[in-house]
Every structure is written in C-alpha cells, then in structure tokens.
Design a protein around this ligand. Structure first.
Ligand code: 5GP
Length: 211
C-alpha cells in the first residue's frame, strides 16, 4: 500500500541558505519532488525556465488564478509567485514528499487549504551569520542588506504559524535534520489510517477463524 507523500512548505529569510540545503537534500536522498513555482518576475542570470521557475506574463498568471490552477499565490516585492496545483497533487499521490519553497503569505494559504501540510521555517544561527551570508554574495549594497535584515525581523513575526524551525549551522547537518523531520511525518497515525484499518480488519478476521 503506497502512502501518500507529505506536503512540506519550507520558508526562511533571504540568504539563510534554503536553496543550498535543498540541493544537498536532493543529492543525498530520494523520494522528494520539488515544486517549481510560476512567477511574473524576470529571470536572474543563470536561471532556467521550467527549472528555477516558470517565468510567465502577468496575463498568463491571472488566467491561472482564474482557472484555479494554483494551490496558492502571493504578491512579493511587486511580482506574483504561485504554486501550480496539478504537479503537487500528482507527486503526492505517487508517494513523493513534495517541497514548496515559498514565502509566508503563501505558506499560510497552503495551511488553510491543506491542514496536513507541514510548515518548516529555516533560520540562521544568529543575525551576524545572516549578515555575513548576505554581504558575502557581493551583489547587494549595504543599504539593501540592512533592508533585508529588517524584513527578516518582520517575517519572524509569522513564525508562530509554523510547525517546526530548523537552524542552518551547517549545510549537510541541516539537510540531514530536514530529512529526518520530513520522514518522521510518515509515522504519524493520521498518515497511516488506511494501513491501521487494514491491520484491524486482519486481526478481527484472524480472531474469528476456527482453530
Ligand atoms: P525570489 O524572487 O528571490 O526567487 O523569491 C522571492 C520569494 O518568493 C522567496 O521568499 C521565495 O521563497 C518566494 N516564492 C517562490 N515561489 C513562490 C510561490 O510559488 N509562492 C509563494 N507564495 N512564494 C514563492
């Protein structure tokens, strides 16, 4: 009996290392499906359509909303971002643990629609580490970095709505912890109701059998 996969939402401040940790997770473990989001923002250098995002027009995005093709969507820094529903449903049904790497508004929408979704927030060990990671990219001015840090402090207000936090001290350790956390969800009683019912029936049938 194939168990339906878990729907996992991963959020975290810009610069915390979500992408790097997920890369390490997918390289070391099977059974995961990464949901590629649709967005109206332009690709950054090196980003590939269909791999990092589906880069689409505002008109197409609004059509997707209208036709109920998105599990959730949100507006972030002037652009739309959303999760195409069909892929997520197909992979969950096939037993994959599906990961949505999305921001807080979207995460809360997912939780409303899919109460069994697991919301995980990745945090840096401290503010200084986040500052070093953001400035280490060498792509942003000091002012932008400070704005991002302030935004991080605002986002932290939403943490109460999440189920778990995971602290990124080290990429490989963090990926291993994430894997343990996600796999543990498979042992939840409510994730195994069909198996439990089957076993109960077998026990009853067995007890009724003549010796
Ligand atoms: P970026 O433009 O830096 O790739 O992403 C900006 C923010 O949008 C990040 O916090 C990212 O996690 C979030 N994001 C990416 N895809 C989605 C999505 O499908 N839905 C929502 N709600 N947020 C998304």
């Amino acid at each position: 009996m194939k168990t339906r996969g878990s729907l996992i939402v991963l959020s975290g401040f810009a610069g915390v290392g979500k992408g790097t940790v997920l890369k390490a997770l997918f390289e070391t473990h099977e059974g995961y499906a990464y949901s590629v989001s649709a967005t109206t923002r332009s690709p950054r250098p090196g980003e590939v359509d269909g791999v990092h995002y589906f880069f689409i027009s505002k008109e197409r995005f609004e059509e997707m909303i209208e036709q109920d093709e998105l599990l959730e969507h949100a507006s972030y820094v002037g652009n739309y971002y959303g999760t195409p529903k069909a892929y997520v449903e197909e992979k969950l049904e096939q037993g994959f643990d599906v990961i949505l790497e999305i921001e807080v508004q979207g995460a809360l929408h997912v939780k409303e629609k899919e109460p069994d979704a697991i919301l995980i927030y990745m945090l840096p060990p401290g503010a200084d580490t986040l500052y070093q990671r953001l400035s280490g990219r060498g792509t942003e001015t000091e002012e932008v970095i400070r704005k991002r840090m302030l935004r991080a402090s605002e986002e932290a207000e939403y943490l109460v709505n999440y189920d778990y936090i995971i602290v990124n001290y080290d990429i490989d350790d963090c990926a291993a912890n994430l894997h343990t956390l996600i796999r543990a969800q498979r042992q939840r009683v409510k994730s195994n109701s069909a198996f439990i019912r089957k076993l109960q029936k077998e026990l009853v049938d067995f007890a009724k059998k003549e010796c």
